[in-house]
Design a protein around this ligand. Structure first.
Ligand SMILES: NC(=O)c1ccc[n+]([C@@H]2O[C@H](COP(=O)([O-])OP(=O)(O)OC[C@H]3O[C@@H](n4cnc5c(N)ncnc54)[C@H](O)[C@@H]3O)[C@@H](O)[C@H]2O)c1
Length: 247
């Protein structure tokens, strides 16, 4: 028995990075997984590699119709019990240089995308007695980070939405939690710092994390091992959030 045997999960942004690591881990733990992304080729390739337990669907998380299709596809494998709202975009720009359209774009993917995902799965999940929704926020949703106005606002929104969804959906047996990663070695990290030794020496653990380390936390929150946890926020950042390190 795997930790997700009998469950069907939808993972957004699953073509690469943390979403791909979650898809691999969830399938290995017995779940059926719908991989959604806008990167169709790598997403389809990964689903093919994972076999019959996986299916790829084009899912632009800011499009409600794409969510309808994703839920329909999931229902062909089994009613959705798990949603990982993982898709995200990121850039660094100071407030004075940021453009209103760009802020709205960031919001439409990072924040509205999570909202639409929750809306799409709430009813089908409630019909099966409940489930688990895991929203991927960031440490940028816990504190201010220089140059992260649009990204930070969107990730604070995800953290807040998580609390509201936990309050509204608890009576349907749906748990909702947020994960707040620090630097994780995926393509989202700027190349100048990705996989470069020493760049994160200031963190207590002295390094960036891996997609697989975040996937392990997502697995715990997706599985029944966390059956009494809802509305929580889980930082995974090598200790950075603990306080101010010695200089
Ligand atoms: N890498 C980090 O350092 C870090 C830190 C904190 C939080 N996060 C968050 O973790 C999540 C996963 O990011 P990652 O590190 O794997 O980065 P990544 O860039 O490798 O993966 C993001 C995925 O989201 C997909 N995506 C982008 N726009 C989309 C859309 N409109 N609809 C559907 N999919 C879309 C991308 O195609 C990609 O596959 C994101 O929400 C990100 O904000 C990342």
């Amino acid at each position: 028995m795997g930790r997700l045997t009998g469950k069907t999960a939808i993972i957004s942004g699953a073509a690469r990075g943390q979403g791909a690591a979650e898809a691999r881990l969830f399938v290995s733990e017995g779940a059926n997984v719908i991989l959604g992304d806008v990167l169709d080729e790598p997403g389809q390739q990964l689903a093919d590699e994972l076999g019959d337990a996986a299916a790829y669907v084009h899912l632009d998380v800011s499009d409600p119709q794409d969510w309808t299709l994703a839920v329909k596809t999931a229902q062909e494998l089994g009613p959705p019990n798990v949603l990982v709202n993982n898709a995200g975009i990121h850039w660094v720009r100071n407030i004075e240089e940021e453009q209103p359209d760009a802020v709205l774009k960031m919001f439409s993917v990072n924040a509205l995308g999570c909202f639409l995902g929750i809306q799409a799965v709430a009813e089908p999940m409630s019909h099966t007695g409940g489930g688990s929704i895991v929203n991927i926020s960031s440490v940028a949703g816990m504190t201010g980070i220089h140059g992260h106005s649009a990204y930070g606002m969107s990730k604070w929104a995800v953290r807040g939405l998580t609390k509201i969804a936990a309050l509204e959906l608890g009576e349907k047996g749906i748990r909702v939690n947020s994960i707040h990663p620090g630097p994780i070695n995926t393509e989202m990290l700027p190349e100048r710092v990705r996989d470069v030794p020493g760049v994160f020496a200031h963190l207590p653990l002295g390094r960036a994390g891996s997609a697989e380390e975040v996937a392990n936390l997502a697995l715990y929150l997706a599985s029944d091992d966390s059956s009494f946890q809802s509305g929580g926020e889980y930082v995974i950042d090598g200790g950075g959030w603990a306080g101010h390190p010695r200089r």
